[in-house]
Ligand binder design. Structure first.
Ligand code: SF4
Ligand code: SF4
Length: 170
C-alpha cells in the first residue's frame, strides 16, 4: 500500500485517539488503591502479619483505641492483607493511586474504638453486629453470644471451662 492510499484511508476514519475522559476500564480484580473500612476493622493484626514490607501498622493510641495506619509508599500491592482480613475491611479500589506530588494521600489511618473485656478489662474490639448478621443470618449461635466481648485469653479460659463441664457431665 503506498503512502497516499494509507493517508486517504486514515482521513476517511474518525480519530482513534481516546480522549482523557474516555478511560480504558480497569480489569476485574485490578489491585489499585487500597481501601480500609474502619467500621469493619477489629484491629486483629492479620493484615500487619501478612504485610511483608511493613506498610500496615497498628499501635495502641490512647486507652481503648487502636490506630490502624497504612503507608502506600511501602506497599507492593501484593493483596495479601486483603486476602487475610477476616472481616473484609480491606479491598482494592479500581483506581490508580494518586500522583506522588500529593503525599498526604499516600497515608491512610483510622482510629479503631476498643472496649474493655467483659471479664478482665483488657482492650478488645467487638466484631461489628452487621458482620455477625451477615455471617450467621438472623439468629446468632449461643456460644458466639457467650464469647462476644471477651479478649482472646478469656475466650480460651471460657472454652476450657466449657470443655471441663462437658467432661464432668459424661
Ligand atoms: S497489598 Fe501487600 S504490601 Fe500492600 S499493604 Fe497489603 S500486604 Fe502490604
Ligand atoms: S483491616 Fe482486617 S486484618 Fe487488618 S486489623 Fe482490621 S480486621 Fe484485622
Amino acid at each position: 500500500m503506498n503512502i497516499f492510499n494509507l493517508l486517504s484511508q486514515n482521513l476517511a476514519h474518525a480519530s482513534r485517539t481516546r480522549p482523557p475522559a474516555d478511560n480504558v476500564p480497569y480489569p476485574g480484580g485490578y489491585r489499585g488503591r487500597l481501601e480500609h473500612a474502619g467500621e469493619l476493622c477489629i484491629a486483629c493484626g492479620a493484615c500487619v502479619y501478612a504485610c511483608s514490607p511493613g506498610a500496615i501498622t497498628i499501635d495502641e493510641h490512647q486507652p481503648l483505641t487502636a490506630l490502624w495506619q497504612y503507608t502506600e509508599d511501602r506497599c507492593t500491592f501484593c493483596g495479601f492483607c486483603v486476602q487475610y482480613c477476616p472481616t473484609q475491611a480491606l479491598g482494592f479500589a479500581p483506581a490508580a493511586p494518586e500522583p506522588l506530588t500529593e503525599r498526604a494521600q499516600h497515608y491512610l489511618s483510622h482510629t479503631i474504638a476498643l472496649e474493655p473485656c467483659r471479664e478482665c478489662g483488657q482492650p478488645v474490639r467487638l466484631i461489628p453486629e452487621s458482620l455477625l448478621a451477615q455471617l450467621y443470618g438472623g439468629a446468632m449461635p449461643e456460644d458466639i453470644i457467650a464469647m462476644r466481648g471477651l479478649c482472646e485469653r478469656c475466650r480460651q479460659r471460657a472454652t476450657g471451662r466449657r470443655f471441663m463441664q462437658a467432661v464432668e457431665k459424661m
